[in-house]
Design a protein around this ligand. Structure first.
Ligand code: 13P
Length: 272
């Protein structure tokens, strides 16, 4: 494999967790850890609930390494009578640069389909946000031998509305097998890498080979400090197709989140 132009992305998805004081405590703890050592060769991202975006944004400068801010979903419509929803422009206004879209919990509990996800991806890109499009099969689909077909369909349909402006967009994807989320069951590193590679080859077909090489494909599903080394050391940058992690439970504990980011082997001392 040729040298990768991709910067690894270590993203924390806090889901419906943490009040504003708890969120700011996390940032203070992360800042203290990063002052002792920080991997500046990776991009760090925190995706808190909407209510904590501002609280986190206001203290992020305490962390000596740049940490970006992300949201966990958004509405595809630009504005209007959509009670309870948040638009792409509102996220941009809140200093958000990434947005997780099509997470399996959104698909499972809130009826999101590939079509609704595609509209959100299109609206996010149009607003200058970087979507992290989540795809992945259920246990039933895996046991039925449908993993590849499900993933190819979710990628193809999720990106279907991007084809007119594919040259200029930024995008990331996350392979999150539903059966590995919050269960403690990790997808084997080799299999995670295989499916991330399948996502990249689908990107080459749907967008372009250049876009496929430039796009980060993350793995998510019970990533912990104890297994991240294997994921990244064997299949990370320049070695495979895993360009980072989308982390749920372990991203809630600053020391675990920090340790996962440190385990990506593109070391550099942090300029404090
Ligand atoms: P866990 O890391 O808790 O399995 O969650 C993964 C996830 O859903 C990240 O979006």
């Amino acid at each position: 494999m040729t040298a990768s132009p991709r910067t690894p992305l270590i993203a924390g998805n806090w889901k419906m967790m943490k009040t504003r004081p708890q969120a700011q405590r996390f940032v203070a703890d992360l800042a203290a850890l990063c002052k002792q050592g920080c991997n500046t060769a990776v991009e760090w991202l925190i995706c808190p609930p909407f209510t904590s975006l501002d609280a986190v944004s206001s203290v992020l400068s305490q962390v000596p390494c740049p940490v970006k801010l992300g949201a966990q979903t958004m509405e595809s419509q630009p504005e209007g009578a959509y009670t309870g929803e948040i638009s792409a422009a509102m996220l941009v206004d809140a200093n958000v640069s990434y947005v997780i879209l099509g997470h399996s919990e959104r698909r499972q509990y809130y009826g999101e389909t590939n079509a609704t996800v595609a509209a959100k991806v299109q609206a996010a890109v149009a607003a200058g946000l970087t979507p992290i499009l989540c795809v992945g099969e259920t246990l039933e689909q895996r046991e039925g031998g449908m993993t590849d077909a499900v993933v190819i369909e979710q990628v193809t349909e999720g990106l279907a509305l991007l084809q007119n402006n594919k040259a200029s967009m930024t995008l990331a994807l996350a392979y999150e097998p539903v059966w590995a989320i919050g269960t403690g069951k990790t997808c084997g590193a080799a299999e995670a890498n295989r499916v991330c590679g399948l996502i990249r080859s689908t990107l080459a077909d749907v967008l372009s080979p250049q876009a496929a090489q430039a796009t980060r494909v993350l793995y998510g599903g019970s990533v912990k400090p104890t297994n991240s080394g294997e994921l990244f050391a064997t299949y990370g940058l320049n070695k495979g197709d895993i360009d980072g992690a989308l982390i749920g439970g372990a991203s809630l504990v600053a020391s675990d989140f920090h340790a996962i980011g440190m385990s990506v082997q593109v070391p550099a001392a942090c300029a404090v």
